[in-house]
Design a protein around this ligand. Structure first.
Ligand SMILES: [Fe+2]
Length: 291
């Protein structure tokens, strides 16, 4: 095979992926809306942001290759999205509904991982380092999402209250307790636009203050003696007055009481400083640590 043929094949793969990601920007937004579990919702919201970055990353690749950014109808993704749509229309109980959505999301992730893997191998073979690097960035994000979804499905299955015998070779060790402290802060992948999880107070405060962020809570979300849901308030993002400022000590007390972790991003996929953050449970964060 000539390298010209392989390059043609790579461009075809990228066109397929370009169409797939564009379909998935819409699909992940719908899944985020449909998910009932708040962590699952956040996971889809986060992946929706990543997917937009992946579309732009593919446009960058077309530019490097001197090709017009143009998609080629990806029927595989179309089918998976349609199946996901059907799942969202079914009437399951909360956990079962979320598990069904995770199943649909996992199918998409595995499809994308396969596509990015093969495109990346072609780019490597062609010596196209920049394209291979960009494909690897998206591949890392897809793998990360796949692991997060796996972890969330495990958590949801546990919440069903149905016990099951431990599987052979399965470890019951978790990263909670003393182990979690050591791992208080870890990065899921090496790219600076990737997700970092932390429970470290200094790290959170520093990250927020570098962006002008202040500790706050959602007004009216609390109850008797409870201040309510925590948030970080950034200049220009005050949620139209729905956030009430509090001091860091109170914020961190609640943060620890509720066993929360902060998922944050340093830079957007364009390389700008990112304010993206979500408060998630430590259980979810430790799942991502294990991943
Ligand atoms: Fe994707």
């Amino acid at each position: 095979m000539t390298s010209e043929t392989l390059k043609k094949l790579l461009v075809e793969e990228l066109r397929d992926l370009y169409d797939a990601e564009k379909q998935l920007v819409k699909a992940t937004a719908k899944m985020a809306k449909a998910a009932k579990n708040p962590e699952l919702k956040q996971a889809f919201q986060y992946h929706n942001e990543q997917t937009r970055g992946q579309v732009e990353r593919l446009e960058q690749m077309f530019e490097v290759l001197g090709k017009k950014a143009r998609g080629k109808s990806c029927k595989g993704t179309k089918g998976l999205v349609e199946e996901g749509q059907q799942v969202m229309e079914e009437e399951f109980e909360d956990e079962a509904y979320d598990l069904a959505i995770i199943g649909a999301g996992q199918r998409v992730e595995h499809y994308e991982i396969a596509a990015y893997n093969s495109a990346r191998s072609m780019a490597v073979q062609l010596g196209m380092k920049e394209v291979a690097g960009l494909l690897q960035e998206s591949l890392t994000e897809e793998n990360q999402t796949e692991k997060l979804l796996t972890q969330l499905s495990k958590t949801l299955l546990k919440q069903t209250g149905l016990s099951r015998p431990a599987e052979a070779g399965e470890s019951t060790k978790t990263t909670s307790g003393a182990g979690a402290k050591k791992q208080a802060s870890r990065t899921v992948s090496r790219q600076d636009n990737s997700a970092h999880f932390t429970t470290d107070h200094d790290e959170i405060r520093q990250w927020a203050e570098e962006r002008g962020g202040k500790p706050a809570y959602i007004r009216g979300s609390g109850g008797m003696g409870d201040i309510g849901m925590l948030r970080l308030d950034f200049p220009g993002f005050s949620g139209k007055g729905s956030l009430e400022p509090i001091d860091w000590a109170t914020w961190f007390r609640k943060f620890d009481d509720e066993k929360l972790a902060l998922l944050y991003q340093n830079k957007t996929s364009h390389g700008d400083k990112s304010n993206f953050n979500r408060l998630v449970s430590r259980e979810m964060a430790s799942g991502a640590f294990r991943a």
